[in-house]
Write a protein that binds this ligand. Structure first.
Ligand code: UDP
Length: 469
C-alpha cells in the first residue's frame, strides 16, 4: 500500500492547534507522512519528524496589526471580523504550498471552510475538524435545523432540543446570539453559513472523542444527522506526556508539582477557563470569595484580559488564603496538574479540550461554560456522563463573563468534593478514564476507527465531472 500523505491545517488558537498537533503525532506514529501547514504561531512545539510549512500571518494584505498572531490576542478594538477576514487571505499561499506538496488528503479546522474548495481543486478529500464532542455536534445541528428557541418568549425560558437520545434543555440566554441570528448578518453568521456550505465539498469529520464516552451521539451524528465521522481520540493520550502544550508555563513546573505534592490526595480544586474566555472584575471577585468560602485548597489560573496588564487577582486575596491557594498568572501546565493525585475536582469552562483532559484524568468537574459550544459540553458532563455539577451560569458572553455568585461557586465545589453524589461521580469519572485509555490502545475503538479511515483514504477515488453533475 502506498504511503498516504496527510496535510493538517489548524486555526490559530491554542484550543485548535493543540489537538491538531496531537493528531499529527498520531498519524505519524501510524506510518503516514504528515505535514502541518500553519502560521508562525504554530512553529514552537514541533519536535517530531513531522513536516511543517509556514505561511506568514497576518497576511500582507490584511488590516490586522502585525502583532496579532492568534485568536486569543484579539481585543475589542481590533475585532474578530478582521481576524476572520485575514484567515481567508491564507487561501492563495496555502494552495501554493499544496501545489508543491501534492498530499492525498487535507484535514482542516472548521473555521477554514475555504479549505474545502482547495481540496476540491486538487481532487483530494477534505476532512473537517470541529474540535468538539459528538454530543455538541448533534445539539448544534439540531438547534440550527429546528430553531427550537423560537418556541420560547423570554431569554431565561428553557427549550427542549428535539430529536436527541436524551431530553436536553437550554435557556435561550445560553445559546450564542450569533447562532440565534438575532442581530442580523454578522461575521459569525457569515462564518456559520460558509461552514455549512463547505459540507458540500467535505468528505467527513475527524472527532476528538471515543465511542464509549458518547456512543448514542456518535450514532445519532452518523445515522440521523447523516455525516461521515471517525472518532480517533482522546488525541491527548496519543501524544508523549512531555510534549509541550500551547505555550511556556507561567509558573516553574517543579514549583507547581512541589506545591501539589504537599497536599493530600483528591484535596485540591483546579480552576481554569482555558485560553480565550475572560471574566469581569466583579466576577473574579465573586469567584475568589466562593473559593475562599469553600474552604478547599485550590490552584486558580488567571488569564490576562487582553491588553490589560493590571493584576486581576482581587486585592488582598492571595495574602488571605496563604498556602491554601496557588495562583498562576498566565499559562498553566494543565495536563500535569490535572493528572496529579492531589487534584480532586476541576472547575472548567468546558472547552472541549479541557473537558476531555478532565475525563482522561478521571476528575469530577464543576462546569462553568462561558461561550462557544461550552454550554453544550456542560450538558454532556452533568446530564449524560454524570461526572460533574453545574455552577449555574445562565448567560453566553463573548467577553467579560459575569453573573455567577460566590455562594453558587462554594456550593458547586462542595457538592463535587464531598456532597451526597460525590463518591458516585468520582467512580464514574474513573471509569471513563479507563475507557479512554482502552479506546486508543491497539484494538480499541479509536485505534480501529483510524485504521478504517486510513483504509478508506487509501481507496479514495476522486469523483469525476459526471459524478458531480
Ligand atoms: N491550556 C493550558 N494551560 C492554560 C490554559 C489552557 O495548558 O493555562 C490548554 C488546555 O489544557 C487545553 C487548551 O489549552 O488543551 C484549551 O482548549 P479548550 O478547548 O479547553 O478551551 P479554549 O481555550 O479553546 O476555550
Amino acid at each position: 500500500m502506498k504511503q498516504l500523505h496527510i496535510v493538517l491545517i489548524p486555526f490559530m488558537a491554542h484550543g485548535h492547534t493543540i489537538p491538531m498537533l496531537e493528531m499529527a503525532n498520531l498519524f505519524h506514529s501510524r506510518g503516514l507522512k504528515t505535514t502541518i501547514i500553519a502560521t508562525p504561531f504554530f512553529s514552537a512545539p514541533i519536535h517530531h519528524p513531522i513536516g511543517l510549512s509556514l505561511t506568514p500571518f497576518p497576511p500582507p494584505a490584511s488590516s490586522l496589526p502585525p502583532h496579532i498572531a492568534s485568536f486569543d490576542q484579539i481585543t475589542p478594538d481590533i475585532g474578530i471580523p478582521a481576524f476572520l477576514r485575514a484567515t481567508e487571505l491564507l487561501q492563495d499561499p496555502v494552495e501554493e504550498i499544496l501545489r508543491h506538496l501534492r498530499p492525498d488528503c487535507i484535514i482542516s479546522d472548521m473555521f477554514l471552510p475555504w479549505t474545502a474548495d482547495s481540496a476540491a481543486k486538487f481532487r483530494i478529500p477534505r476532512l473537517a475538524f470541529y474540535g468538539t464532542s459528538f454530543f455538541s455536534r448533534c445539539v448544534w445541528e439540531q438547534i440550527d435545523f429546528h430553531r427550537p428557541y423560537n418556541n420560547v418568549v423570554n431569554s431565561t425560558e428553557a427549550f427542549l432540543v428535539p430529536g436527541l437520545p436524551h431530553r436536553i434543555k437550554f435557556l435561550k440566554s445560553q445559546i450564542s446570539p450569533f447562532r440565534l441570528r438575532e442581530n442580523g448578518k454578522n461575521c459569525f453568521s457569515e462564518m456559520f453559513d460558509k461552514m455549512n456550505e463547505s459540507w458540500e465539498k467535505t468528505y467527513g469529520e475527524i472527532v476528538n472523542s471515543f465511542l464509549d464516552l458518547e456512543y448514542a451521539y456518535s450514532d445519532h451524528y452518523k445515522n440521523v444527522i447523516g455525516r461521515k465521522a471517525w472518532a480517533v481520540g482522546p488525541l491527548l493520550l496519543c501524544s508523549s506526556k512531555d510534549q509541550k502544550r500551547g505555550t511556556e508555563s507561567a509558573i516553574d513546573e517543579h514549583e507547581c508539582m512541589a506545591w501539589l505534592h504537599s497536599k493530600k490526595p483528591n484535596s485540591v480544586v483546579y480552576v481554569c477557563a482555558g485560553s480565550i474566555a475572560t471574566f469581569s472584575r466583579a466576577q473574579l471577585a465573586e469567584t475568589a470569595a466562593g473559593l475562599e468560602a469553600s474552604g478547599r485548597d485550590f490552584i486558580w489560573v488567571m488569564r490576562k484580559n487582553g491588553k490589560d496588564e493590571e493584576d486581576l487577582v482581587p486585592l488582598g486575596f492571595e495574602e488571605r488564603v496563604g498556602s491554601k491557594g496557588l495562583i498562576i498568572r498566565g499559562w498553566a501546565p494543565q495536563l500535569m496538574i490535572l493528572n496529579h493525585a492531589a487534584v480532586g475536582a476541576f472547575v472548567t469552562h468546558c472547552g472541549w479540550n479541557s473537558t476531555l483532559e478532565g475525563i482522561c484524568a478521571g476528575v469530577p468537574m464543576v462546569t462553568w461554560p462561558v461561550n462557544a459550544e461550552q454550554f453544550y459540553n456542560e450538558k454532556l458532563v452533568t446530564e449524560v456522563l454524570g461526572t460533574g455539577v453545574s455552577v449555574g451560569n445562565k448567560r453566553w458572553m463573548l467577553r467579560e463573563s459575569e453573573g455567577v455568585e460566590r455562594d453558587a461557586v462554594a456550593t458547586a465545589v462542595e457538592e463535587v468534593m464531598a456532597g451526597g453524589g460525590a463518591a458516585e461521580m468520582r467512580r464514574r469519572a474513573q471509569n471513563y478514564k479507563e475507557m479512554a485509555n482502552k479506546a486508543v490502545e491497539e484494538g480499541g475503538s479509536s485505534y480501529n476507527s483510524l485504521n478504517a479511515l486510513i483504509e478508506e483514504l487509501s481507496n479514495y477515488v476522486a469523483p469525476t465531472k459526471e459524478d458531480t453533475n
